[in-house]
Write a protein that binds this ligand. Structure first.
Ligand code: AMP
Length: 394
């Protein structure tokens, strides 16, 4: 906590600089998924309801301080208008915004990353933007791990608060990791240990139970002495894996590795597989690979969920994009969703592939909270300070 929400602000008649993340995917010149736009609509509606005048600040792609017409936010205009139910005016240059009285209604400033001062966090640039508004509202949690002019400096120049999406993210993440209902556990899966070392190290210090799955579990099994054939693995991280297990022992965090796996000779849909026990003594043939947790492991994981009050989820338990190696992820996700619906478990998930996997399982809607932030969610889970959040707390 320590940050204000829209409820704490007097916005009547005020210009509200609203940092949002509408960096939506585009296919064939059209927005192909408007989820990010839809999720900021409640914040815009609340600002308007409080008599405020929203000026949206956002980035789009990576123009790196140059004006690149293909990266204009114009592409988002019609989706924004649809989501807000009213017209939105795009102001193309900062000079236009500064030069004359801004029109009434919702305003969108052109791609903030067209200016070098944004990513450079230049105080003069921040002051020019700040002069356009009376209040700063940050609703871009997914950009909060970057210290840019529009994510940190504006918060120091103007009275500031979190928007509804940022508020929901912070409330859910604080509830999951800072002050969780215990016992608290996590599923950490996915391809590689190397991308999640900091995450694992931080989590074993905070959790009661850590389920390790996916390709990264192979590195842990390998570190224990198993010989895993052609399985995805990072042998140079065996030492790190042993350190994480040692740390977990010190902090009293129970680590669950898959006790069996679906093992195939082809990384392909509908490939034949055998269910094989996994432990330190396992020896696979050279062309065999573990592509998913097995049925015994899945049962163990689901049983662990039943003893938890809070569950954090990042990463799949197997190569979930190809059947039947989606089985463990689908079954565990459905079980977590059912425990959430019955009120027994608080479930918070985030990170790119995780959301796709939970959607495939039809579990996403039942989770307590699904973070739309990728990098920022992971950095929060790693225990790192997010500059965009700290700036709101100062
Ligand atoms: P990440 O981006 O680190 O969360 O990793 C997600 C990716 O890991 C997905 O594309 C999965 O297909 C892949 N993955 C998970 N388990 C395995 C496995 N046992 N072998 C190969 N790839 C896997």
């Amino acid at each position: 906590m320590g940050w204000k929400s829209l409820d704490d602000m007097d916005l009547n008649g005020k210009r509200v600089l609203l940092r949002v993340d509408i960096n939506v995917p585009v296919e064939n010149g059209q927005v192909s998924d408007a989820t990010r736009i839809e999720r900021i609509a409640p914040t815009v509606a609340d600002i308007l309801a409080k008599g405020g005048k929203p000026i949206l600040l956002a980035h789009f792609g990576r123009p790196k301080g140059k004006v690149i017409p293909e990266l204009s936010l114009r592409i988002c205009l019609s989706e924004l208008e649809k989501a807000f139910g009213q017209s939105v005016t795009l102001i193309e240059t900062l000079e236009d915004a500064e030069g004359s009285a801004l029109p009434d209604g919702i305003i969108l400033l052109e791609n903030i990353r067209f200016h070098e001062g944004e990513e450079g966090n230049d105080p003069k640039f921040a002051a020019r933007i700040a002069a356009l508004g009376d209040v700063f509202c940050n609703d871009a949690f997914s950009a909060a791990h970057r210290a840019h002019a529009s994510t940190t400096s504006l918060a120091k120049l103007l009275p500031s608060c979190a928007g509804r999406l940022m508020q929901a993210e912070l409330t859910a993440l604080e509830a999951a990791l800072s002050t969780p209902k215990r016992p608290v556990g996590a599923v950490v899966g996915g391809a590689k240990v190397s991308t999640k070392i900091d995450l694992l190290m931080n989590l074993v210090g905070k959790l009661d139970v850590l389920v390790i799955g996916g390709g990264m579990a192979n590195t842990f099994l390998g570190a224990m002495g198993a010989s895993l054939g052609n399985s995805l693995q990072e042998p140079d991280l065996h030492g790190t894996a042993r350190d994480i297990l040692k740390q977990a022992e010190t902090t009293g965090c129970k680590v669950i590795l898959p006790s069996d796996g679906r093992v195939s000779r082809a990384f392909a849909a509908n490939a034949e597989y055998e269910m094989i026990k996994l432990n330190a003594e396992t020896v696979l043939e050279d062309d065999q690979m573990i592509l998913d947790a097995g049925d015994v492991a899945t049962d163990t994981i689901v049983n662990e969920f039943k003893g938890l009050k809070t569950l954090i989820w990042n990463g799949p338990l197997g190569a979930f994009e190809i059947q039947p190696f989606d089985k463990a992820t689908m079954a565990a996700a459905k079980a977590a969703a059912a425990l959430t619906v019955s009120g027994d478990l608080i479930t918070v998930a985030g990170g790119g592939d995780t959301v796709a996997a939970l959607n495939l399982a039809g579990a996403a809607d039942d989770f307590t909270y699904i973070s739309t932030a990728g990098g920022a969610f992971l950095e929060w889970m790693e225990g790192k300070e997010l500059p965009g959040v700290s700036a709101l707390q100062d």
